[in-house]
Write a protein that binds this ligand. Structure first.
Ligand SMILES: Nc1ncnc2c1ncn2[C@@H]1O[C@H](COP(=O)(O)OP(=O)(O)OP(=O)(O)O)[C@@H](O)[C@H]1O
Ligand SMILES: [Mg+2]
Length: 236
């Protein structure tokens, strides 16, 4: 992408902490001061043992949960200084999510599932339909617009979920084990699709994965160890 801002910081966290209160005098510290910078156009793998705090971090970066302390700045905006309504707006406009399980709405078609975030953002239905069809074509599902999730293969369902995550043209894609539930071949094809989107759209992507082989193909790897980031690269 020829964006002049390519490579400048997009997402910056400083001293980010998260604790869960489990009862009186029982607090679980899950994130212990995360300083992470994602630069524009970067595709970064987030690795770490089960329970190390990866999903907790992703949820907070996407404003789906609140931190206990520290800051998250996205595109120059301090996310947790905003009220919940404004956070929801930013989430809808600037952030895309992909999960291990697709979380598509079973009673809706591929097209309707992908239109959903646009309609939530008050897009005109006709335009939402056009945009959703185009993105579904982009992920190779032109012939599956009217299928419901139950009528699609696992890889196809994940492609619909990817289409849904990018239809609003987000600047940040947060993916929590997007290939974790797929066989090796399908995982690679989904991974390649994400790489193409990263290259074609300049999309910045943080991807949680347990798959070291995939992670090595990304620009950078960061490792979460018991709520802390082990520096491998330039997170500072
Ligand atoms: N709402 C919650 N209340 C209490 N503890 C929680 C909550 N959410 C997460 N935790 C705890 O925080 C720790 C980190 O969880 P998290 O889901 O972030 O791990 P993870 O690195 O994503 O693991 P996995 O690779 O298994 O998905 C776990 O020990 C978990 O039990
Ligand atoms: Mg997780």
């Amino acid at each position: 992408m020829s964006d002049v801002t390519h490579g400048s910081p997009l997402l910056v966290t400083a001293s980010l902490t998260k604790s869960f209160c489990l009862g009186k005098n029982n607090t679980l510290e899950v994130l212990k001061g995360i300083d992470l910078t994602l630069n524009r156009g970067e595709m970064v793998a987030l690795l770490g043992d089960s329970g190390s705090g990866k999903s907790t971090l992703i949820q907070i970066l996407g404003t789906l949960d609140q931190p206990t302390g520290g800051t998250v700045s996205l595109d120059g905006t301090d996310l947790f200084k905003l009220n919940r309504k404004k956070q929801a707006e930013i989430r809808n406009q600037k952030i895309g999510f992909i999960y291990q399980f697709h979380r598509l709405l079973p009673e809706f078609t591929s097209l309707e599932n992908v239109m959903m975030p646009l309609l939530i953002g008050r897009e005109i239905p006709k335009i939402a339909k056009e945009k959703a069809s185009k993105v579904l074509e982009q992920v190779g599902l032109k012939e599956r617009l009217l299928h419901r999730p139950g009528q699609l293969s696992g890889g196809e369902q994940q492609r619909v979920a990817i289409a849904r995550s990018i239809v609003t043209e987000p600047i940040l894609l947060l993916a929590d084990e997007p290939t974790g539930n797929l066989d090796r071949g399908t995982a690679w094809s989904i991974f390649e699709l994400l790489q193409n989107l990263n290259q074609d759209l300049g999309l910045t992507c943080l991807m949680v994965t347990h798959n070291n082989e995939l992670a090595q193909h990304l620009n950078r790897q960061v490792h979460m160890i018991d709520g802390c980031l082990a520096a491998h690269g330039d997170e500072s």
